[in-house]
Design a protein around this ligand. Structure first.
Ligand code: SF4
Length: 291
């Protein structure tokens, strides 16, 4: 069982979303920035931040020259702010060790800070048209359904080989990979697949009558009341102040559970996203000198 490349890529050429990082002239660095931002954050929230970001810092060296605090401030409310710090470290490494050019091969990309198996292959494929399997949750779900007849499948060490076997042998592979991902994001969605408009004429899950998932139900991630929310509140206070703030200013940002607030602040210090000045005030990383 395979996926018909012509069916999929014809559909993609007609119906793909107009995303700014897919437009002509976007550099490998700017694609890499989009991939960092899109991990765990929806396109609609990433788009305005990415546009501002690449206008302000179009190259790795421009990003590297900015302070970590500036980068954290520009990251805004994208969430998971450790990604911003890792992106800055990645920019520093590319500027210093790779001539300000994003490496093209997966092995070298994997040596960069913050770049894992998915991001390395996504950059190699989308920026350099490499014929490599790119597997995110959307791709995994489409392949599980269309090829294996299952509702979904958990991440597995076999995923890369599984998707590699589906890639067309020609130059069409990068478009095929983008199209597979787009199908999962816009048509073959997790909860309500829109099979009526699916371009694939063959899908084992549909043919089998949509058998129910067999594994444990996926947990719904909540945000309200979590340490992530508290960390976000504390960072919001620091982002809106260009000078270090007193502890009391952070304390009032989360009053419902003071132990949780203290734990969140400790974790921000440990992660290197926040720093403390000698007189005990708090600032975004790299901004403790602004007294
Ligand atoms: S037919 Fe339905 S389940 Fe199968 S790939 Fe298309 S959208 Fe997904």
């Amino acid at each position: 069982m395979s996926i018909d490349s012509d069916e999929l890529t014809s559909w993609y050429r007609e119906f793909q979303r107009d995303l700014p990082w897919r437009r002509p002239g976007v550099t490998a660095w700017q694609i890499l920035v989009s991939e960092f931002m899109l991990q765990q954050t929806p396109v609609s929230r990433v788009e305005p931040i990415w546009l501002d970001w690449v206008a302000r810092w179009p190259t790795p060296s421009a990003t590297a020259a900015a302070g970590v605090g500036e980068v954290l401030r520009a990251w805004g409310k994208l969430g998971y702010p450790r990604r911003a710090k890792r992106l800055h470290e990645c920019a520093v490494t590319i500027a210093a060790e790779h001539g300000d050019v994003v490496p093209a091969d997966v092995e070298t990309l994997l040596t960069l800070p913050g770049v894992g198996a998915y991001t390395a292959r996504a950059v190699a494929c989308f920026a350099y048209a490499a014929r490599v399997p790119v597997v995110d949750t959307n791709v995994r779900r489409v392949v599980a359904r269309a090829v294996h007849g299952r509702a979904d499948s958990p991440a597995s060490v076999r995923d890369l080989d599984d998707v590699a076997a589906l890639l067309p042998a020609s130059d069409a592979a990068p478009v095929f990979s983008a199209a597979l991902m787009e199908l999962g994001a816009t048509v073959c969605t997790s909860r309500t697949p829109r099979c009526g408009i699916c371009p694939l004429s063959s899908c084992l899950w549909r043919t089998a009558g949509y058998p129910a998932p067999t594994g444990p139900a996926r947990k719904v991630q909540r945000y309200a009341g979590t340490d992530r929310q508290v960390r976000g509140r504390l960072l919001d206070v620091l982002r809106t102040n260009s000078f270090p703030v007193a502890r009391a200013q952070l304390d009032v940002a989360w009053l419902s559970d003071t132990a949780q607030r203290d734990r969140a602040l400790d974790s921000l210090l440990v992660d290197g996203l926040v720093e403390q000045t000698p007189d005990g005030r708090f600032a975004l990383a790299g901004e403790g000198e602004n007294t």
